[in-house]
Write a protein that binds this ligand. Structure first.
Ligand code: APR
Ligand code: ZN
Length: 374
């Protein structure tokens, strides 16, 4: 019989501004169909920042983080596909696996998903505080903790040659960017592309565009350092954001790009996207704005030009199919991901990592767990 264990985790309570506290919580053993994973790397992602800056609301207290990779260390009853010692990447969108959308290969369209509300598929949590209250793992992952319990289908086996830091990013930013290109936009070789925002997600989009054979690949950011990183990831052209962006993109693409991606989550840049693409082309919204914000788009122009707006959540990923494909492309040297990691931090340095993100200083900080702390 497995017992509850004590686990250190970065917890958001919402009563101390945007600060997280590293606390010791209780984690129940994996239930039927679940596994416990010893986290080895957890990415610091823009979505966590949306929550701790009060832009999105989640059940509290929340164990933050949703971008993780680690090693299976315990399995619950009924787990067949995983064994102790397996390296795994965690998927944060935990679809029901049974509805028509899931069965039809569109798990991202599942309407029964509970992970968006920080709940495991059965509607519960394995986390509790020292005083016995429930705590809720953000996106049913809670990656910024030494150990997590997730459904077995959300722990995707990964080639152990992929470093944990890279594997963790495949679970969110890299998977989101790759999926936006491959699944949502279905970019083919020779298409022209523009990406606004060259952070963790934007750079991942650029790497995937390069893999898909897009050209030109135009990266846009307000920060020149991000543009240098975008070029290293595969952007053929880089532009500082400015009023004449539509004209600049049009001149590089003979009248407008075949596909444009917004990877910031700003309403103003989302509204700009249709002006960057040619008639018949597609605009993909990858960045996620604060709750309740609306867009103003020129409806006549959109219809007249036959432009397509595509909403992309988690890159339309099918994790069990796409994570291994991304890992293989990385191991083959076809998908440049190493440049994404600009800093490493310990769990205790989590607040500084978010501060650096707010200052726009880093592409990705990855929290790593050494043997002394885990
Ligand atoms: N114009 C161009 N670039 C901008 C602008 C702007 N007005 N404002 C910010 N940026 C750039 C930043 O300089 C940074 O490089 O956008 C990038 C945002 O990157 P990150 O902060 O690293 O965020 P990321 O983790 O990539 O997430 C982006 O995608 O999945 C969503 O929730 C996520 O909404 C978030 C978005
Ligand atoms: Zn994320």
């Amino acid at each position: 019989m497995q017992e509850n264990i004590s686990v250190r985790a970065a917890v958001y309570r919402g009563d101390d501004g945007d600060r997280l506290a590293v606390e010791t919580l209780r984690l129940a053993p994996p239930s039927h169909g679940e596994v416990r994973v010893r986290v080895r790397a957890a990415g610091v992602c823009g979505s966590d920042r949306h929550v701790i800056d009060g832009e999105w609301h989640v059940p509290l207290p929340a164990v933050m983080g949703h971008e993780a990779a680690g090693i299976v260390e315990a399995i619950g009853p009924g787990v067949r596909e995983l064994a102790v010692g397996d390296h795994v990447i965690i998927a944060w969108h935990q679809a029901c696996q049974r509805c028509a959308e899931c069965a039809g290969g569109k798990p991202w369209a599942c309407t029964r998903v509970r992970s968006n509300d920080s709940q495991l598929p059965d509607g519960t949590t394995r986390w509790s505080t020292e005083t016995g209250d429930s705590a809720w793992p953000y996106l049913a992952v809670g990656a910024m903790s030494e150990r997590i319990v997730v459904p077995d289908f959300a722990a995707i086996k990964c080639d152990p040659r992929v470093p944990f830091e890279i594997a963790s990013l495949i679970g969110c930013s890299v998977g989101t960017g790759y999926g936006a290109v491959v699944n949502n936009a279905q970019v083919v070789a020779g298409e022209s592309a523009v990406v606004i925002g060259a952070g963790g997600v934007g750079i991942s989009i650029i790497s995937a565009l390069k893999l898909a054979g897009a050209f030109p690949i135009i990266a846009v950011d307000v920060n020149p350092e991000k543009l240098t990183e975008a070029a290293a990831a595969g952007a053929s052209h880089t532009l500082l954001s400015g009023d004449d962006l539509p004209e600049q993109v049009a001149s590089l693409t003979d009248g407008g790009a075949d596909v444009a991606f917004e990877a910031i989550g700003r309403v103003q840049t989302m509204e700009l996207l249709p002006a960057l693409i040619r008639p018949g082309a597609r605009a993909v919204f990858v960045g996620l704005p604060p709750e309740g914000q609306s867009l103003q788009l020129d409806g006549l122009q959109l219809a007249y030009d036959g432009k397509t707006i595509i909403g992309s959540n988690y890159g339309g990923l099918v994790p069990a199919r796409d994570f291994p494909r991304i890992a293989s492309a990385y191991l083959a040297g076809e998908l440049e991901l190493d440049g994404l990691i600009s800093a490493r931090a310990s769990l205790d340095e989590v607040n500084e990592a978010f501060d650096a993100m707010r200052r726009g200083e880093r592409t990705r900080t990855v929290i790593t767990f050494d043997d002394a702390t885990a």
